[in-house]
Design a binder for this molecule. Structure first.
Ligand SMILES: Nc1nc2c(c(=O)[nH]1)N[C@H]1C(S)=C(S)[C@@H](COP(=O)(O)OP(=O)(O)OC[C@H]3O[C@@H](n4cnc5c(N)ncnc54)[C@H](O)[C@@H]3O)O[C@H]1N2
Ligand code: MOO
Length: 394
């Protein structure tokens, strides 16, 4: 059995970044920028007023000064004369500051009568003018790779970049296996249960940026598994669920081997997740997850999600452990790294973490309560309340 870290490295070596495609900005949220982008203009393109008020010369900025209003500058409609001493231009937020304008006095600080204004007693430091290019300049770069979020969309739009180069979403196909499984909504027979794992994993894969495809459930027969796998030959990655262990009906590894999979490993020193297998079938990466629902989702976080991030070309795709203080003692750990379902609560300083009391890898109700996986290294001794431990948010 190999260690988790070694298994993750082998999984990551099975995948390659997907190709690059261009998408309109409106479709770019959540995608991964594949090539750097340069601003196509300077922002703001001109010195702009930050307030509604009057643009004046610096020398006129004295309480009680009376000035003549010679024109108006609004956003989208500038004033193209020059402000001289003794003059002011009515100006609105976002308008270009006319030539000669050296500061903007707030309208609240001015008394107006006809085309005359009198500056009030409040003299401010701030000039209320945004210098041209103070946000960004033409040619400024956004580097790749980078997951594009809503804030990036605003910046890219302002940079006048209407489309961006992104990684193609990797296609990940999910294959549930087992005679006992029926689809949600079906009536399970007396020995059957409803398949849950593929839907959770597809949701997780989509949240990471993949295009998820849920295949029909395969029976525990060679023919059924072969046929279901043939439906996903063009996928970037196939994630099988169940049938990975040593039972007589656990046929996934056998069928994949017959089809020519180069196996990267089978079985890891991890709890839950011991029977995990991985390999490559042609150009398709294969991850064989254990069937126990919690095992499959935990391995989804630790192996599948990083593989998707690597296919999207993201740097450092491995999960990044965080630190928390144990709220309650935990028992010594055995020979497999234990990813315990746990609840992390924010506090001043380091957050607090509490392992949930029941850790059976079949308990979806426990998984649903958890927001973290508390990592117990191989052979970790008992840990007391107050000790610092690693966790991965889920
Ligand atoms: N003699 C041994 N038995 C087992 C070992 C072992 O080392 N020696 N390992 C155990 C561990 S650890 C795990 S985990 C399980 C995983 O085995 P499989 O990957 O072969 O999974 P199955 O047997 O097919 O299913 C296990 C369990 O999960 C349910 N299941 C399966 N698929 C789904 C699904 N899509 N949605 C919901 N639930 C699913 C299935 O009905 C079983 O209850 O093996 C141990 N055994
Ligand atoms: O390792 Mo299994 O994955 O206990 O549940």
């Amino acid at each position: 059995m190999i260690q988790v870290q070694e298994a993750l490295e082998r999984v990551l070596s099975l995948v390659n970044p997907t190709g690059i495609e261009s998408v309109p900005l409106r479709q770019a949220a959540g995608r991964v920028l594949a090539e750097p982008v340069s601003a196509r203009l300077t922002q703001p393109p001109f010195a702009a007023s930050a307030m509604d008020g009057y643009a004046i010369r610096e020398g006129d900025h004295h309480a009680g000064r009376v000035l003549t209003v010679i024109g108006e500058a609004a956003a989208g409609r500038g004033y193209y004369g020059t402000i001289s001493a003794g003059q002011a231009v009515r100006i609105f937020t976002g308008a270009p500051v006319p030539e000669g304008g050296e500061r903007v006095v707030l309208q609240e600080d001015v008394a107006r009568e006809g085309d005359r204004i009198t500056l009030g007693p409040r003299l401010e430091e701030g000039r209320h003018i945004r210098a041209a290019g103070q946000d960004f300049a033409a040619g400024d770069r956004i580097d790749a790779p980078r997951r594009i979020g809503h804030k990036d969309i605003a910046l890219l739009a302002a940079m006048n970049v209407p489309e961006v180069s992104v990684r193609r979403r990797p296609v990940v196909a999910f294959l549930s296996t087992g005679d006992e499984l029926v689809m949600p909504g079906e009536e399970p027979g007396p020995d059957q249960i409803v398949a849950s794992n593929a839907l959770a994993l597809a949701a997780l894969a989509e949240a990471e940026g993949a295009e998820a495809r849920v295949l029909p459930i395969a029976k525990d027969t060679v023919a059924s598994l072969r046929f279901a796998l043939s439906l996903a030959e063009d996928a970037d990655m196939i994630v099988t669920i169940g049938g990975a262990s040593v039972g007589d009906h656990d046929l996934v590894g056998k069928v994949l081997a017959e089809l020519g999979m180069e196996q990267a490993f089978w079985k890891i020193a991890m709890r839950p997740g011991k029977p995990l297998l991985a390999g490559r079938l042609g150009n398709t990466a294969i991850i064989g997850l254990p069937g126990n629902p919690v095992s499959s989702v935990v391995c989804g976080h630790i192996f599948m999600a990083p593989a998707i991030r690597a296919m999207l070309g993201l740097r450092d795709p491995a999960p990044v452990p965080m630190r928390a203080t144990l709220a309650e003692r935990v028992d010594p750990n055995g020979p497999r790294a234990h990813y315990m379902r746990a609840v992390v609560t924010p506090r001043d300083g380091m957050p607090e973490i509490r392992a949930l009391p029941r850790q059976d890898s079949a308990l979806l109700s426990v998984l649903a309560q958890a927001n973290a996986l508390l990592i117990r290294p191989v052979g970790d001794p008992a840990r007391a309340s107050g000790e610092t431990v690693d966790y991965i948010p889920i």
